[in-house]
Design a protein around this ligand. Sequence first.
Ligand SMILES: [Ca+2]
Ligand SMILES: [Ca+2]
Length: 485
Amino acid sequence: MIHRFFRSLARLVLFSVALAASGSAAANDPMNVLFIISDDLTANALSCYGNTVCSTPNIDALAANGTRFTRAYCQGTYCGPSRASFLSGYYPHATGVLGYKSPRAAIGDHRTWPEHFKQHGYYTARISKIFHMGVPGGIEDHGPGRDYNGADDAQSWTQRFNSPGPEWRAAGDGETLENNPDGRKPVVGGNTFVVVEADGDDDVHSDGKTAAKAVELLKQHRDQPFWLGVGFVRPHVPFVAPRPYFSDFKPYSDLELPKKLDGDWDDIPKPGINYKTSVNMKMDVRRQKKALGGYYASVRYMDAQVGKVLDALEDAGLEENTIVIFTSDHGYHLGEHDFWAKVSLRDESAGVPLIIRVPGKAPAVCHSLVELIDLYPTISSLCGLPVPSNVQGKNIAGLLDDPSRSVREAAFSVAPMRQGFLIREPRWAMIQYGEDASGGIELFDTSEDPEQFTNLAQEATHQDVLRRLQNRLQQKLAEVRENDL
Ligand SMILES: [Ca+2]
Ligand SMILES: [Ca+2]
């Protein structure tokens, strides 16, 4: 790990020197795309986004050389709708993919983002989870003969690779934290809070295998333009990582949980209380702290795998003609408001980390509201490909030249499981349940209340701003539904 830290540092310095020397990448070479996506990762767990406990040197080094977006939002707050959206270029309410399906049936002959590159002569490949896959169920190693492709779209890829791993069955010290107050439950599978401090090295697990395959493909395909999707499944539950990644977070009792307010839920409608909470998961403070430590260990493990892939990119001499993107499919709650996991439309869950490194562009931090759906048109344009007229995102490439600009007045995200809609402006966050608001409304003034403790939706003095945001939601939904599908 020490070696990796210095290598990250060296990479940071060398990359800056190389850029200063060359001015920009060779203009005639087609630019490659390396798209790295973590699963269920909140920006709050990364040191480049301000976390002081969980250090992520490899992602930080990428951020230091690229543009780091501080207000990036997913379009659906769980795997299925989010991935179907940014890969197809349509919002969830345009395709109707609100669950865990491939968008193919809805988009017909329209091209997905990687497919668009494939049709322009790129080698396109995915390793592990790019379109939706069930984790851990869909990636548990049951030997050959099993379909590990999940809700994939075969025609997007020249080649595809899966990385089955032991997941919750990994050898080591495991504990089920969720719904296990008397501690009698064994370690279980499914979408459940389980921590396993695992025996063995990185390559025992899915993400280690994914990184190794990425290293191999970068060597093999260095002489042809590629769009390579590297999908890590951590820190999605189960929180499984080799033991050394846990050392910074033990004893778990030393970890600090987020600030909480008594009666915090009293001012929000029922659908606003997240589907997983400390209460309904029956997690006491010890279990909550261990969940946090297990999540952080999973993030550190995933960060180390990102480092291997970035090292391989450098070793193959591809840094100067490859665009690197790092993101997640949505965010995650780590105990804020006693909420856990995803689905919620609060910032911790609807926001995503987003870093884009384009050779020749100066490092920057950008505060414009951006959306994952913007990746398809933006990366197409940066690679000199036409931007298909049907895609609904915006080309935000201009922000990489002038990060002080802004490309939209509001971001839009949905939680179909709750019929929830988020309109997020720089200052205001409005969350409405039901298109007719029948499930209730939340309104937060994030300039006064960045942690979103006080719902202002019922306050007489805020009815004008609420009406404006509700109109904006109706207008946005109408725009989303006006499409060619
Ligand atoms: Ca996910
Ligand atoms: Ca409250």
